[in-house]
Design a protein around this ligand. Sequence first.
Ligand code: 13P
Length: 248
Amino acid sequence: MRKPIIAGNWKMNNTIVEGQALVSDILNRELNESVEAVICVPFTFLQTASKMVDGNKIKLGAQNMHWEEKGAYTGEISPLMLNELNVEYVIIGHSERRQYFNETDKTVNMKTISALSHNITPIVCVGESLQERENDSYKELIEDQVRKAFEGISTEDAKKTVIAYEPIWAIGTGRTASSEQAEEICQLIRNVLTSLYDEKTAQAIRILYGGSVKPENIKELMAMENIDGALVGGASLKADDFVQLINY
Ligand code: 13P
C-alpha cells in the first residue's frame, strides 16, 4: 500500500519568526500518523525548522536544489547542504520555477537524479497551463514531462520518487480540478510509469495532486484510486487548514 503524503509548499512565505509560530502551532496538535506530513519551507528557515521537527511527526522538505554538490553557481543550494539539515524531500520543477526561472525537463531530470543519489526524496512536479488544456495537447505534454523526468532513473530509484500533478490553471486560483479530472491525469501518469518500468513499480510510486487543495475538497480527492496525497500551497500556511488536511 502507498502511504499518503500531505506536503505543504510554503513558497516564498514566512520569515523565521513567522515560520516558528506556524510550526509550533502544527506540532501542538494531534496528527494522523498514517499520513506522511511534510513541510517544504524557504531555505532561510530550514535550519530552524530542522531543529523543531527533529524526531517529530513532520518531515522537512526544500523547494528546489541544484544538481551539483558544489561549485561556481551563485545563489544556488546543493544537495549536500540539504543533507546537513536533515532535509528528506525536495520539490523539483514546480511550475513556478519552470515559468519564472527557466527550469526545463532536462534540469528537472538532472535534479531528480541528484536528489535520489543524495537520499532526498524528489517530489517532481508536472502539469499543463490553461492554454495547453484548452488546445487538447495536454495529455501528450504531461506524458512527455514524466518520461523526461525519469530518464536514466533505475527501477529501484523510481519507486522512491514522488510525482505531483499540478494543473497550472488550478494553482492559487481557487479553481480546483474536479476529483475526476485529477484522477484521470494521475492514472495517465501511472500508465506512463507502467510503460517506462512495470506494473509493480508503477503501483509503488506515489502520485500527488496539487492546485487549490483545501479542507473542503481533500476527502474527495483522496478517495480516488490513483491520488496518493496532496501538494498544498495556500492552505499549508494556516495551521488549522493544514492540520485538517493531514487528518482528512
Ligand atoms: P495552491 O494550493 O495555493 O493552489 O498551490 C498549489 C501549489 O502550487 C503547491 O505546490
